[in-house]
Write a protein that binds this ligand. Structure first.
Ligand code: HEM
Length: 136
């Protein structure tokens, strides 16, 4: 991950976040389309909770750029909770793909390959902390 990628994320973040809040639930709609088998995990999750999680994921990625140590600790705690959900390793790739599809759809013309690569790289960094602890 490069400094240029950090800047791309930070610069695209504010716009995406506002639109993400207005498109609550879209990340999970995309996830269920890409990987219908993940639907059952969220059976009891309200739409409000789903939109909070979407925003939380984006925020952790952005906060992690400048405050990785703090975010890492937060993710380690979140990971303990994720042990209860019986996650499969490929779910993280599915979530990454749906995040990219979602951001791309809300970014429209402002999207490009460099922005996409930056979000993918930072998503992986965040997701790997949860993945390594929650799947054993
Ligand atoms: C970057 C990786 C991920 C991050 C940052 C993340 C973040 C979160 C957050 C912030 C919550 C809410 C915790 C709370 O307030 O109680 C949550 C809950 C949850 N996550 Fe994740 N998550 C990640 C990956 C995944 C994946 C890959 C799955 C499965 C496809 C998943 C399934 C769930 C479920 C089932 C819940 C509980 C929902 C509920 O309480 O009803 N997470 N996650």
């Amino acid at each position: 991950m490069t400094e240029q990628q950090s800047d791309l994320i930070k610069n695209s973040y504010a716009k995406f976040l506002a639109r993400a809040i207005n498109n609550a639930g879209i990340l999970y709609e995309n996830l269920f389309e890409i990987a219908p088998e993940t639907k059952k995990i969220f059976e009891n999750t309200s739409n409000e909770k789903k939109s909070q999680m979407f925003v939380a994921i984006i925020r952790k990625i952005v906060k992690g750029i400048d405050e990785w140590d703090t975010v890492q600790k937060e993710l380690e705690e979140l990971a303990q909770q994720h042990k209860n959900y019986n996650l499969q390793p490929e779910y993280f790739q599915h979530l990454e793909n749906s995040l990219i599809v979602t951001l791309k759809s809300i970014a429209e013309k402002e999207w490009n390959n460099d922005i996409e690569d930056a979000w993918k790289a930072y998503f992986k960094k965040v997701a790997n902390v949860i993945k390594e602890i929650s799947i054993q």
